[in-house]
Design a protein around this ligand. Structure first.
Ligand SMILES: C[S@@+](CC[C@H](N)C(=O)[O-])C[C@H]1O[C@@H](n2cnc3c(N)ncnc32)[C@H](O)[C@@H]1O
Length: 137
């Protein structure tokens, strides 16, 4: 099917707000568990060093940030940024529960970030099919 994909930010925020409750489980099941391995491969490829400042863009609930924080490299500072409030709110709950103080979760559009930030590593991961694509198939 060759339907137009709607990339407007208000559409995406609404879509992920509605998906947030089941996002993790659906990704894991629909990818047969590969979502976790794909993110792990993405995070490993960053080659982080102790003390690095990292950005996790379009971070969802901070899935990749949590993998980074649980990795062998210490002293990381991770900014996880996503514009969907339902995703970032769940992400903050997870980060708080796991006591991962190195992760800061921000609700913002990554294309409209204010101020300058310098990162040693930047990651953008996806745990499965793009939701816009799924919606149009
Ligand atoms: C497929 S999810 C990926 C989430 C996570 N990184 C993962 O590995 O599962 C895509 C995320 O990108 C976010 N997103 C899309 N465009 C964005 C933008 N311009 N600024 C911030 N977040 C955005 C959505 O809200 C959604 O949470």
């Amino acid at each position: 099917m060759n339907a137009e994909i709607d990339y407007r930010s208000e559409h995406l925020v609404d879509l992920f707000n509605r998906m947030a409750r089941t996002y993790g489980a659906v990704n894991l099941m629909s990818s047969f568990g590969f979502s976790h391995l794909w993110r792990k491969a993405c995070v490993d490829a960053l080659g982080v060093q102790p003390g690095h400042r990292c950005a996790d863009l379009m971070a969802g609930m901070g899935e990749s940030s949590v993998l980074l924080a649980h990795g062998p490299v210490t002293g990381l500072k991770i900014d996880a940024i996503d514009f969907c409030p339902a995703m970032t709110s769940k992400g903050r709950e997870i980060v708080e529960r796991l006591k991962l103080s190195e992760i800061s979760i921000q609700t913002a559009d990554v294309l409209k970030l204010e101020g300058a930030a310098i990162y040693d590593r930047v990651c953008a991961s996806s745990g499965g099919n793009s939701p816009a694509k799924e919606q149009n198939e």
